[in-house]
Design a protein around this ligand. Structure first.
Ligand code: ADP
Length: 487
């Protein structure tokens, strides 16, 4: 595929002639021949006194530029031949030596001119080819757009592959819209995409709405002839990089979950081991009591002793359980003053990859003024992240274009802070709603069923309340409250 360049507009006549000579070597060499005949005729007609022979340089230059070294030398030979044959019989020199000397000097000058011009042409062509080759071999799509007329002045092959069409089929404006360049050119910073800019380069990450792939788009204004406003756009496919980042995040999540599961399993097994002993003892004492009651003469003293021991074992089991509970609760909240709106934004940033992967758009409807609270920031971050994660999971089956999540924060009339997380997911049927906050209750294959019970413990420990309501259309909304300042 050849690089695409826009049809050129009118140029000064020298560059137009040069382009014509380069593009039509046969016609240019033909014209050079005609010019040689014209110069020879003029020279002959003026009796060689006006020295028209210098004008042979014009057809020689034309032929060299159009056809290269050989064509140039051929025109030199032809011009010299005309000059020698027609001027030889009538030259005014005192001897033939001087006539031939002039001829030799003239040929040497012509040949030197041809050699220089041919070398210049080759050097220019090679420099051009090297430059175009580099651009053509780039994996990134590169194109040059005239910002005033909206024309594409140059586009490499990768652009055609990227848009799956000839670059000429789209205008710079259309390409700009597709790759979000309109804003990039203007240097604005739209909320969804990451954009960075130095004084010269504007760069941003955008998702192509047609192919769904992610691109890094860089726009660099460059100087161009006739002081036009021209910019180079470099579009690099970063979908794989994004995917690798998402995979890494997934691995981290899995590691996290595995670590939590391992810790849970360890606590559960040591609890089972410790509680098993007193339970077995209680069962044995109960068996002994039953046997004594079944025997004809009841030994009251022995029966009381067995019952006392059974009671002691039951108390021991209770102590083990409360010890484990104390251990779990030993992390005391460490409250600080902070703005809940900032925490909501931070939670969304943490889940950025999951939101992107699941094509979920998040909308924020936060109170304009900061909502200050005095609470354990880490625990509340966990609460908001859990609610957001549940909302994302709930929309797995939702039509991608409807996967919308909304987080809002307001101040209630009594001064309490109310945070709500709404989704367009499956919603919560009655039979699930009654068990929602029960520890270890989950409907997910990868779930632990601890999220909502932890949320409730944290919110209630801060003096707040958590509940959910069904959405009028689909999905549901989780709300929690926090007193404005807890000391
Ligand atoms: P997990 O997320 O590990 O399952 P949770 O305690 O966070 O544990 O959630 C318990 C269950 O509550 C989930 O398995 C799910 O069935 C239900 N649930 C929670 N949030 C939502 C929601 N936004 N929409 C629908 N169901 C939900």
């Amino acid at each position: 595929m050849k690089p695409w360049t826009a049809p050129q507009q009118a140029q000064p006549w020298v560059s137009a002639l040069t382009r014509w000579a380069t593009n039509s070597p046969v016609a240019a060499t033909g014209l050079a021949l005609v010019l040689v005949a014209l110069v020879a005729t003029l020279d002959h007609a003026t009796g060689y006194e006006l020295r028209f022979a210098m004008l042979y340089l014009i057809p020689i230059a034309l032929a060299t530029w159009a056809g290269g070294l050989r064509a140039g030398v051929a025109i030199v030979v032809l011009s010299s031949f005309f000059w020698l044959v027609s001027f030889g019989s009538s030259h005014p020199y005192s001897g033939d030596f001087f006539f031939y000397w002039e001829g030799v000097v003239m040929v040497v000058v012509y040949i030197a001119f041809v050699l220089l011009l041919a070398r210049l042409r080759v050097a220019l062509t090679r420099a051009d080819e090297r430059f175009v080759r580099v651009l053509e071999e780039l994996h990134a799509a590169v194109y040059v757009a005239d910002q005033d007329s909206g024309r594409i002045l140059y586009a490499n092959r990768s652009l055609a592959r990227m848009i799956d069409a000839e670059p000429g089929a789209l205008s710079a404006d259309e390409l700009g819209k597709r790759f979000g360049l309109g804003e990039a050119n203007a240097g604005s910073t739209p909320g969804e995409d990451k954009e960075s800019s130095t004084a010269q380069i504007v760069a941003r990450e955008v998702r192509d709405p047609i192919s769904g792939r992610w691109y890094l788009v860089q726009v660099v204004p460059i100087p161009w002839k006739s002081s036009r406003r021209v910019s180079v756009q470099v579009i690099t496919d970063i979908s794989e990089k994004k995917r690798a980042k998402a995979l890494k995040q997934q691995h981290q999540d899995m590691l996290h979950q595995t670590a939590r599961l391992a810790a849970l399993a360890e606590i559960a097994s040591s609890l089972a081991h410790e509680v098993n002993q007193p339970l077995m003892a209680i069962a044995s004492y109960n068996d002994a009591c039953l046997r004594m009651l079944a025997a004809p003469g009841i030994e009251k003293k022995e029966l009381v002793t067995a019952l006392k021991r059974s009671r002691e074992q039951a108390l021991r089991a209770g102590k083990i359980i409360s010890r484990v509970r104390d251990f779990i609760r030993s992390r005391r909240p460490s409250p600080t003053h902070f703005d809940i709106n900032a925490l909501i934004r931070e939670s969304l940033e943490l889940l950025e990859t999951q939101l992107e992967d699941n094509a979920v758009t998040a909308e924020l409807s936060l109170s304009e003024a900061p909502l200050m609270t005095h609470a354990d920031r880490t625990l509340l971050l966990q609460v908001i992240v859990n609610l957001l994660q549940n909302a994302i999971d709930a929309m797995e089956e939702t039509e991608p274009s409807c996967r919308q999540l909304e987080v809002s924060s307001t101040e209630a009339a009594d001064g309490a802070i109310v945070v709500s997380v709404s989704d367009q997911g499956v919603g919560i049927p009655e039979e699930i709603a009654v068990r929602l906050y029960t520890p270890l209750f989950t409907t997910k294959s990868h779930g632990l069923g601890l999220g909502l019970s932890i949320c409730r413990s944290v919110v209630e420990a801060h003096g707040g309340r958590i509940w959910h309501s069904a959405d009028p259309v689909s999905g549901c909304t989780f709300h929690f409250t926090l007193p404005p300042e807890i000391d």
